[in-house]
Design a protein around this ligand. Structure first.
Ligand code: UDP
Length: 242
């Protein structure tokens, strides 16, 4: 049973439980997929039926943003823990070398996935990166062919929302891969071209503020956070009246 927050069902798991679940999905090798909605994405799901469908059909739905945790509290449906997608991916990647499993990095601007591969291999010696591909393409077919030839255990799909979620739903049946994860701008972070907020900010739930200071142009996207919290309060009030 998922915990529903404004129409989006979340799996309530600790970080460790989410990593174990994702790893076992990867071992099933059926190109299952993970989505990591934050408040902005929950709001998007309520506007875009295709995005909502791709989120509902995901095999694992984890709360990426602290805002989702607050929304869940407002609705008295607490989720165990915030599980940032990039942290879940990092945990899985760290486990790959010992198990002789591979990762394919798909998305971001040309050259970024290769830089991310180099950085990750420096950090996790023995990591097998079985392929990379940038996220600016017009035809899925050659990309699917390339991924299937590489047969990755883990496939990071970093095209931004809703493109990555729709891509994963549309192609899950065609792919020879273990597990896919939709991870937004994570390859830019792995490559070192975008800095993730420091741990001290993350612990305080202020990652969004750090990103806003670094990229003020994100204000249009971030305005969705208070809207999401208002919507959660609205749903709670409606629920109490019924
Ligand atoms: N991107 C892509 N193909 C596209 C559009 C975007 O590969 O057609 C990439 C973009 O280069 C960036 C990522 O998708 O690396 C989206 O990053 P953003 O910061 O918007 O995602 P977030 O982490 O906020 O979800």
């Amino acid at each position: 049973m998922r915990t529903e927050i404004l129409g989006v069902g979340f799996d309530s798991l600790t970080k460790a439980e989410a990593a174990d679940k994702a790893f076992s999905l990867m071992e099933e090798r059926r190109a299952a997929y993970v989505v990591t909605p934050n408040p902005e994405i929950v709001m998007l799901c309520n506007k875009d039926a295709g995005m909502m469908e791709a989120t509902r059909k995901a095999d694992l739905v984890i709360p990426d943003g602290i805002g989702v945790i607050y929304g869940a509290k407002i609705l008295s449906r607490p989720l165990k823990e915030r599980v940032p997608g990039i942290e879940l991916a990092t945990e899985l990647i760290s486990r790959l070398p010992d198990k002789n499993k591979s990762v394919f990095l798909f998305g971001a601007k040309p050259g970024i996935a290769d830089m991310a591969a180099q950085e990750l291999q420096k950090k996790y010696p023995g990591l097998k990166v079985c392929g990379t591909e940038n996220g600016y393409f017009t035809d899925d077919a050659p990309i699917i062919e390339k991924i299937n030839a590489a047969a990755p255990d883990l496939l990071l799909v970093c095209l931004g929302a809703p493109k990555q979620e729709k891509w994963m739903l549309a192609n899950t049946g065609k792919l020879n891969a273990g597990l896919m994860m939709g991870l937004g701008g994570s390859l830019d972070v792995f490559a070192g071209v975008v800095q993730r907020s420091p741990d001290s900010w993350n612990r305080l739930g202020l990652e969004w503020l750090y990103r806003l200071i670094k990229q003020p142009s994100r204000i249009k996207r971030m305005i969705k956070l208070p809207l999401f919290l208002f919507a959660a309060v609205g749903e709670r009030i409606r629920g109490k009246k019924q």
